[in-house]
Design a protein around this ligand. Structure first.
Ligand SMILES: O=C(O)CCC(=O)C(=O)O
Ligand SMILES: [Fe+2]
Ligand SMILES: [Zn+2]
Length: 636
């Protein structure tokens, strides 16, 4: 037989590919070099403790081929190792068993390979973790055999009281039904079937065992019944529904329960029959627990020198829980917290709704008035536009009425393409002969790496979560070509820098009396680059800036900012009072006020957000008249 080519015509073809894959996977997993070149060590690629193969089985199968030096069984693996005294014996075993030996009660043929060494496990017991996750306590012999019998006999499984056949087990509920679809209980519908009186011993027993800190009067009980081979998928008992701790009484069979943390670290915990498991703190909130569906569990041998399998019996568990008075959870394990996940999801929905109602719909309504107030381009932005060369592509994301088109250097012609969420504003641009699309800055309708430059002025502050604002920058990074640059402006929360008022504040009439008005102010009423309420005509300015602050109104979802004052909150609504002549249907004498949502940026907030994005580099951060700006470059 030529091992180099792996040719053995007595071995079915598919065994070769199984072997090849196993060699790859097991080498990577065990960090031991494997191959088909004979050595004295053999890896059994497709069976091990977790598939029911015991150390003694390995000895029985391999000893006919020569004296065995070592057998290494690993607790969670579907493979195991053995070593002969000589390479010749290993080769003999290989030739007789590989692709030929049929595992009992299975269709599978044994797949073998040779190993450079066997894993060094002097005491296999050491490979089983001894400590459970923090906060987990297993109180052994919590109930007597008599009590166990009483509790088990209490329930009939042929005609369950409040029972259900799940895929992998049967359940019955008391106090409240646990709803597996939504993973919660209906507080409004307590069950007629209360927790049986026979469970009343629980509090006293806990106290007697020294756990008086849990004054635990559960109002919900779930009884699980598992047949050998059945289990419960990894889960966390819904944070917002149940208090801490959760108690579970194991009856009729020992079992191993697997706990897993966020990083995937797994700790199998042995739950002996008649023990009470107390899951509290981190083990209750920060780890999932589950029982693998299998016929046996891996445990250490009585002499603690090896590992062996413990067959499962029928098991009944009583899980006692206490409903929370309010559906909430503020734990620090957000990845497993339904409350915090729901909030994240809800935040997204709220953000989409907020942007629709308080950004996009408003810009459609005020577009013509808005456009009238936007003429004068901001000098630093024009300067940026002038850095591009003929033939380069410049995108303006959120171009509004397109006031930054055509600002390139003399004798330079650029490809300029704009995008705006407002169809009216995009229309106005199109009528002036510039290329503008209607679209969303979170999904730019452009191929990746096509733009030499991107402008994004006064756009990102209209997005209602950090995640969405970051995604907008990510999109800009995506469409930029390598080495391409972007300039982003957002409104700053702080309208005074080093005691100097921004133009926006200076436009407050009260402030104007004290401040010399700069000439720049004459050109564009809105001397701020933002699409903010700064564009209001003077008569619309709030004149009582300091007497009135930002307020929650009750009818609006966020506090309303008072124009021309410093910001009191980061997330606000900024009023826009629509000029009479722009109104669609005018209710005589009534001022029509629209509210636009803004997130105003703290110092460094924009820069920190951009730094989070790996493909880009922040070249410059500037405070420019009440705005924060960043100049970005996509890394080559
Ligand atoms: O059977 C057990 O011990 C645990 C049951 C469980 O985790 C549950 O019902 O949530
Ligand atoms: Fe559970
Ligand atoms: Zn939680």
């Amino acid at each position: 037989m030529d091992f180099k080519n792996g040719e053995d015509h007595h071995v079915p073809k598919k065994i070769f590919s199984k072997q090849r894959k196993a060699i790859q996977n097991i080498s990577a997993d065990s960090k031991i070099s494997l191959g088909i070149e004979p050595t004295k060590q053999i890896v059994i690629c497709n069976s091990g403790l977790s598939l029911g193969l015991l150390e003694e089985d390995v000895i029985n199968i391999f000893s006919p081929y020569g004296p065995i030096e070592a057998v290494v069984m690993l607790p969670d693996k579907t493979y195991c190792f053995m070593a002969f005294h000589s390479k010749e014996n290993a080769l003999q075993a290989y030739q007789s068993l590989h692709g030929k030996y049929n595992f009992p009660r299975s269709e599978n043929l044994m797949v073998l390979a040779f190993a450079d060494e066997v894993p060094k496990v002097t005491n296999p017991w050491a490979t089983l973790p001894r400590d459970g996750p923090p906060g987990l306590i297993v109180l052994e012999d919590f109930i007597t055999s008599d009590e166990e019998e009483i509790l088990v006999k209490l329930l009939s499984w042929d005609d369950p009281i409040q029972g259900q056949q799940l895929k992998q087990r049967q359940v019955q509920h008391f106090g409240f039904e646990f709803r597996y679809g939504s993973n919660d209980v209906d507080r409004q519908k307590p069950l007629a079937q209360k927790i049986p009186d026979q469970c009343d011993f629980l509090q006293n027993r806990l106290k007697k065992r020294g756990f008086s800190k849990w004054n635990f009067y559960p109002d919900q009980l779930t009884v699980n019944r598992y047949l050998p081979g059945q289990g419960i998928p990894p889960h966390v008992d819904t944070h917002s529904v149940f208090e801490d701790p959760i108690l579970s009484l194991s009856m009729l069979s020992d079992v191993v329960m697997d706990f897993k943390d966020a990083s995937g670290h797994k700790i199998p915990v042995f739950l002996p029959r008649r023990s009470l498991t107390v899951m509290s703190g981190e083990s209750r909130f920060g780890w999932t627990h589950g029982i693998a569906s299998r016929m046996h569990d891996v445990i250490c041998t009585d002499d603690k020198k090896g590992l062996t399998l413990l067959p499962r019996e029928e098991r009944v568990s009583y899980t006692f829980r206490l409903l929370r008075s309010k559906k909430e959870c503020f734990c620090s394990y957000a990845w497993l917290c339904d409350n915090q996940k729901q909030n994240l999801y809800q935040q997204q929905l709220d953000a989409i709704q907020l942007e629709k109602q308080y950004v996009r719909e408003v810009y459609e309504e005020i577009s013509s008035h808005f456009s009238e107030t936007r003429h004068t381009p901001w000098p630093n932005i024009v300067e940026f536009c002038k850095t591009f060369k003929t033939g380069q592509i410049l995108l303006d994301v959120g171009c509004g009425n397109g006031k930054y088109f055509g600002n390139q250097a003399e004798n330079v012609s650029l490809f300029e393409i704009g995008l705006d969420a407002s169809a009216h504003l995009a229309d106005m641009c199109t009528k002036r002969g510039v290329e503008v699309l209607t679209g969303n800055c979170l999904n730019l309708p452009f191929r990746s790496s096509i733009a030499d430059g991107v402008l994004c002025i006064a756009v990102i502050h209209h997005l209602a979560t950090h995640e969405r604002r970051r995604r907008a920058v990510q999109e800009i990074a995506r469409v930029l070509c390598k080495g391409g640059r972007a300039l982003i402006y957002v409104w700053a929360r702080d309208q005074r820098l080093q005691d100097k008022m921004s133009t926006y504040l200076k436009q407050n009439r009260k402030n104007r009396q004290n401040t010399a008005i700069q000439s720049a102010f004459k050109g564009d009423k809105n001397n701020s680059v933002t699409g903010s309420g700064t564009s209001q005509s003077e008569n619309n300015l709030c004149t009582s800036a300091d007497s009135k602050s930002c307020e929650f109104t009750g009818s609006l979802p966020l506090p309303v900012h008072v124009n021309r004052t410093n910001f009191k909150h980061s997330d606000i609504l900024v009023p826009w009072k629509l000029k009479e002549k722009h109104r669609q249907e005018s209710n005589e004498g009534e001022q029509q006020t629209f509210y636009r949502y803004y997130h105003v940026f703290e110092e460094d907030e924009l820069t920190r957000m951009c730094i989070e994005i790996p493909q880009i580099q922040v070249l410059e951060t500037k405070y420019d008249q009440g705005n924060w700006s960043v100049l970005l470059r996509k890394l080559p």
